[in-house]
Design a protein around this ligand. Structure first.
Ligand code: FMN
Length: 444
């Protein structure tokens, strides 16, 4: 695809009530994070903005000591089923852990959702680094970083084989002859590996997209290796233009190394725009939210992410770089660690500023619609990104401001669709519908 033909891809990262920790204090119903109607409203606004997809992340533990504040609570596939019923076009991305799930059940759940949504589903596979989650699943401690990825590699292959186990055309439904299915088009997978043994076939016929879209979001060496091999969408935390360009180029080369077309990898860094009709209005919005910022809650979160003791962090000083471990020794997310440390060092920020300006490890821009569109265009044209996974300060207002003021600006610049031209998420993303491995083998 030539430079100018590329179209931007935009997702809404539904971080429950918003990315800002004080978001709930701006809602009519502070408990909206467990109200399905709240999420329906978000999905409806996102569809009005012709976003590619909405995205639900997930965690498998209450990652705060009570008293807690809003977090990802509702199970993603359950919530996405409800959102599929009130939308027609927008893609629906749900997160699931390869460490604390079973491939047969998960393949079935997402294939079912692809049928229910008529081809709009994606599975974001995560390896789950949380020790609190491990404690909820009968583990004494979180499995080692690379061991989690070894399991993920095998897990994803099984899921893909199960999705492929029914070929297109397997349901014949010939009322005259009485032949319902063509047995030659339904296959066992007979997988026997280090972690799993799964016979198959799947109990869900091939789904509208062939296979649900696969999303991968690991930025460590093993994370990138998995993403480049199997990912359709790559989520990543990139806070600097140089880092993002390096990542983008590297991932495309890795995909090509697997014999894949690099244009079939959609690379979406996170972005956290705070929108106002003017720059000063945007800053006023942020200042109002930040005046309610609770540093006593955020400091331990940052300390845990960086693997340091909270007493080593001083709000008025820079990060204690000499006390940080090397990225290769980080037990949790190496991607989040690296993007946070890199941005902080490059900007020379004190910890207070880092916390206020590094929204969930994603790049923050505060400004008028044109300024936000400029930054998006700059990264997109420089091939630092194919689009963005967008975070908003407070739902639904942050998303509404973006939809009503930034989306029209992106459309005016010829960067973003005016309306949906396809009906599946693969079509929105410009990705081909894959054939079943069995069909491909026959057609060679
Ligand atoms: C945009 C984005 C969203 C993510 N969502 C989740 C999530 O919902 N749940 C989760 O456990 N990890 C999530 N992750 C973490 C990664 O999937 C990955 O498991 C983690 O970063 C560890 O991998 P790494 O060390 O290879 O970076 C997300 C990462 C990114 C960049």
């Amino acid at each position: 695809m030539s430079h100018d033909d590329r179209q931007l891809h935009l997702n809404v990262n539904i971080t429950n009530i918003g990315r800002h920790p004080a978001a709930w204090r701006f809602l009519d119903d502070p408990a909206a994070y467990v109200d399905v109607d709240f999420y329906k409203k978000i999905a409806t606004v996102a569809e009005r903005g012709t976003f590619d997809a909405v995205f639900l992340s997930d965690g498998l533990a209450l990652h705060q000591e009570p008293p807690v504040e809003p977090y990802q609570s509702l199970e993603p596939t359950v919530l996405l089923t409800a959102l599929a019923g009130v939308t027609e076009h927008i893609g629906l991305i749900g997160t699931a852990s390869t460490t604390f799930n079973d491939p047969f059940n998960l393949a079935r759940r997402f294939a079912s959702l692809d049928h229910v949504s008529k081809g709009r589903i994606a599975l974001n596979v995560v390896t789950t680094y949380s020790p609190q989650a491990a404690a909820n699943f009968s583990f004494d401690e979180s499995p080692d970083h690379d061991a989690r990825y070894a399991r993920a590699e095998e897990f994803v292959d099984i899921v893909t084989k199960l999705w492929d186990s029914w070929e297109d055309g397997a349901i014949v439904g010939n009322k005259v002859t009485g032949l319902f299915t063509d047995g030659d088009r339904i296959h066992t997978i007979d997988h026997v590996g280090k972690h799993f043994s799964v016979r198959g076939p799947s109990i869900v016929p091939r789904s509208p997209q062939g296979r649900p879209v696969l999303v991968q979001a690991g930025s460590s060496e093993v994370g990138k290796a998995l993403g480049a091999r199997v990912g359709d969408i790559i989520f990543t935390a990139q806070t600097t233009h140089t880092g993002a360009r390096e990542f983008y180029t590297d991932m495309r080369a890795r995909a090509a190394g697997h014999g894949r077309n690099p244009d079939h990898l959609v690379i979406l860094p996170g972005l956290y725009p705070i929108v106002g009709s003017t720059e000063s209005e945007a800053h006023a919005r942020k200042d109002e939210l930040d005046s309610l910022f609770d540093f006593d809650r955020e400091l331990p979160r940052l300390a845990a992410q960086l693997g340091v003791d909270v007493v080593d962090l001083d709000l008025d000083k820079e990060l204690p770089y000499d006390r940080l471990v090397d990225v290769s020794e980080v037990k949790g997310s190496r991607g989040f660690f690296e993007s946070t440390v890199r941005q902080s060092r490059e900007q020379g920020w004190a910890v207070r500023e880092l916390i206020l300006r590094n929204g969930g490890a994603h790049r923050q821009i505060v400004g008028a619609p044109e300024q936000i569109a400029d930054s998006i265009e700059h990264w997109f044209r420089a091939r630092a990104a194919d689009g963005f996974n967008l975070n908003f300060d407070v739902f639904p207002t942050g998303l509404e401001l973006f939809t009503d003021h930034v989306i029209p600006e992106l459309r005016r610049r010829g960067l973003f669709r005016h309306e949906y031209t396809g009906s599946t998420l693969r079509e929105h993303l410009g990705l081909p519908r894959p054939q079943s491995g069995h069909q491909a083998a026959v057609s060679v």
